[in-house]
Write a protein that binds this ligand. Structure first.
Ligand SMILES: Cc1cc2nc3c(=O)[nH]c(=O)nc-3n(C[C@H](O)[C@H](O)[C@H](O)COP(=O)(O)OP(=O)(O)OC[C@H]3O[C@@H](n4cnc5c(N)ncnc54)[C@H](O)[C@@H]3O)c2cc1C
Length: 380
């Protein structure tokens, strides 16, 4: 399994999408990879308590799909065999500013799996690697540093059952705990600066309900997507996500939030600028009640701007940046970050945080390759 051992143990904080991808690439370079999550994650293919956003529409778009297929060969075939729909991106019916974009063939594949199902497929593959272990139902309390605070040496975790805290020693720690990441606080406690944050307020909420498909429903259309934006603040993602399941995620920006009351939910559907969604869904049988998730702002933490950062510590996924979800970027960006981590690991030494965050920044801004980071120092 090891392609050139860099260290004995890497600890990944968070066992969701970012954590799974980090564990997959780390497993080729560390003797042992330990993934810690506060939830039970193995064998789970439903939304979890700590990831309520995962019930809502989650399309995996082309770049993310390409990376996942590279890291998990055969993934797409496995998902398709399980009844997960896939299609060319531009075969979906896309509406921007209430106007339909022309259908086309782009060669860019999108995968419309329920997010917990996608996660379960990936996690099962990673958990099957002989050197990867999941430590479930353990809360991460904080990181532990060397005496001079220049290097992260481990993580403190608490079991959910009231047992004593544990110290997990590590040669590398990767924070993949999502948007609520505590790394900025931990950095400050260790005498480093917090990263600057860029926040873009969008006042977004998703409200989602699932339906049983009826014969002829959607008539071969993979999905109908009206993108919410300032001119038309109400949107929807409506399409099949499994052999016997249709997803309708309503979206509203600038505080125009879709309600959870079933009648008010249908009224919101009727008010959309794309009448086909209401006409298609009104006769369908719901399988659950509508559920809501608020996303007040996109948040980016500029780790690439810090000039001091502890060694043997990285941050990846939504912990670095959580994008406006209506553009369907988050999973693909996490996948590209995982590949950036793999590139650094292939150099055969512990990844340099400055270089890694510079590359992560480049991925997110899609600019040309940034100049390499300056010399990073630890607080002496
Ligand atoms: C409504 C919505 C719709 C979206 N739609 C799309 C889409 O269509 N396409 C797309 O590509 N992206 C989409 N995204 C973005 C995508 O969900 C995220 O980019 C992705 O979840 C990031 O994964 P992550 O592993 O970084 O974080 P998360 O999925 O948030 O996972 C964090 C993990 O860390 C664990 N954790 C956190 N704190 C602790 C702690 N203290 N102790 C132990 N464990 C802890 C949690 O249990 C969880 O498992 C959407 C997001 C939202 C909110």
């Amino acid at each position: 399994m090891s392609k050139g051992r860099i260290g004995n143990r890497a600890v990944v904080l968070g066992g969701s999408l970012g954590g799974i991808l980090a564990a997959r690439v780390l497993a080729d370079f560390y003797a042992e990879v330990l993934v810690v999550d506060r939830d039970q994650v193995l064998g789970v293919s439903e939304p979890r308590r700590s990831t309520p956003h995962t019930i809502h529409a989650h399309a995996l778009h082309a770049r993310g799909h390409q990376v996942l297929e590279e890291l998990f060969p055969g993934l797409t075939d496995g998902l398709v065999a399980a009844g997960i729909p896939t299609c060319d991106l531009a075969e979906m019916h896309w509406y921007l500013n209430a106007r339909r974009l022309r259908a086309a063939h782009t060669g860019l594949l999108s995968v419309m799996a329920p997010r917990p199902v996608l996660e379960a497929h990936l996690r099962a593959s990673v958990a099957a690697l002989p050197n990867v272990t999941f430590l479930e139902r353990h809360s991460i309390l904080g990181v532990v540093a060397s005496a001079d605070r220049g290097r992260i040496t481990g993580v403190r975790v608490a079991p959910g059952d009231g047992e004593d805290d544990l110290l997990l020693t590590a040669d590398l720690v990767v924070d993949c705990t999502g948007r609520g990441s505590r790394t900025p606080v931990w950095l400050e406690e260790l005498g480093y600066r917090r990263p600057e944050e860029t926040t873009v307020k969008i006042g977004l909420a998703y409200t989602t309900r699932h339906y049983r498909p009826y014969p002829g429903m959607l008539d071969g259309i993979p999905s109908i997507n009206q993108i919410a934006g300032p001119s038309h603040p109400r949107g929807a993602f409506f399409g099949k996500i499994g052999p016997d399941l249709v997803n309708l995620s309503l979206t509203g920006v600038l505080g125009d939030h879709p309600p959870t009351d079933p009648d008010a939910f249908l009224d919101f559907v009727r008010s959309l600028p794309v009448p086909q969604i209401y006409e298609t869904v009104r006769e369908a049988e719901p399988v659950n009640d509508p559920v809501s998730f608020r996303f007040p702002a996109s948040v980016r933490r500029h780790y690439e701007k810090l000039t001091r950062f502890p060694e043997r510590y990285l941050v990846l996924g939504d912990a670095v940046c959580s994008f406006n979800p209506v553009y369907g970027q988050g999973m693909s960006v996490a996948a590209m970050q995982a590949m950036a981590l793999r590139d650094r690991l292939r150099l055969g030494v512990t990844p340099d945080a400055g270089e890694f965050f510079t590359e992560v920044s480049r991925i997110m801004t899609r600019r040309g390759r940034s100049p390499s980071a300056g010399t990073w120092t630890s607080p002496a």
